[in-house]
Design a protein around this ligand. Structure first.
Ligand SMILES: CC(=O)[C@@H](O)[C@H](O)COP(=O)(O)O
Ligand SMILES: NCC(=O)COP(=O)(O)O
Length: 240
């Protein structure tokens, strides 16, 4: 059965819209956890557009479930992860001009840097996942560099315009999950997942963890974050 990590970046986006001190993502994390979330995910971007260093430090102290830090492999950010020691890091590509994460991390191209970061994270007892498109060379590079998990990028599925295109993307995700499992990687999935599109992905047997953010925070504005988290968990659990 797959579990849900709630990505609370966009709670911080609302705070940063006024450079204020509310809403506090730390308060949101507590509510998600009380609603049954398996984990809390945040992306500490180099431009600090939403989550900041203080959030990451306080979340490390307060999150009792899994704390998953999404981050690029830029050296200053890697040093922060070493100091904070989240339960897991998910390594992502990052482009300052993007609205959100666009593609997957090119693990094959940056294999040497990836192997170094994996070693440093493991030395601190941190699990490592890579956020990748479901392609064989990315899965193999993640396995060969000693990663514990991969997060398959569901953005192309989420953006599919037709049922045929969505089915093709789902088949790619399922095949990626099979290969990653064969390579002894734990398989996560996320990006662009919503209350409307979660069911077919959550129906793929063997996916262990979903990271979902924007859609849950958007719903939370209307129904509260505990209820929004609860509704998403219910959909995931119903789909298998
Ligand atoms: C890696 C991923 O798919 C997302 O979590 C993304 O990195 C979140 O970043 P934003 O919240 O800035 O879109
Ligand atoms: N890695 C995906 C994630 O954490 C949340 O992505 P989104 O649901 O905000 O698109």
């Amino acid at each position: 059965m797959a579990v849900l990590n709630v990505n609370i970046d966009h709670v911080a986006t609302v705070r940063q819209a006024r450079l204020a001190d509310e809403p506090d993502p730390v308060w949101a994390a507590v509510q998600c956890e009380l609603a049954g979330a398996n984990g809390i995910t945040v992306h500490l971007r180099q431009d600090r557009r939403h989550i900041n260093d203080r959030d990451v430090r306080v979340l490390k102290e307060t999150v009792a479930c899994k704390f998953n830090l999404e981050m690029s492999m830029a050296e200053p950010i890697v040093k922060i992860a070493e100091a904070v020691r989240p339960d897991q890091v998910t390594l992502v590509p990052e482009n300052r001009a993007e609205l959100t994460t666009e593609g997957g991390l090119d693990c094959a191209k940056y294999k040497r840097r990836l192997a170094e970061v994996v070693k440093r994270m493991h030395k601190k007892g941190i699990l490592v996942s890579t956020f990748i498109v479901p392609q064989a060379e990315q899965i193999v590079a993640s396995a060969e560099t000693g990663c514990d998990a991969v997060e398959l990028h569901t953005g192309m599925y989420a953006n599919a315009r037709t049922d045929t295109a969505a089915r093709k993307r789902l088949a790619e995700l399922a095949a990626g999950k099979d290969l990653a499992t064969e390579r002894k990687l734990v398989v996560h999935a996320g990006h662009g997942l919503t209350y409307r599109n979660i069911a077919p992905v959550a129906g793929i047997d063997g996916l262990c963890e979903f990271n979902i953010g924007h859609s849950i925070v958007a719903r939370a504005v209307l129904v509260g974050i505990r209820e929004a988290t609860r509704q998403m968990i219910e959909l995931i659990e119903k789909s298998l």
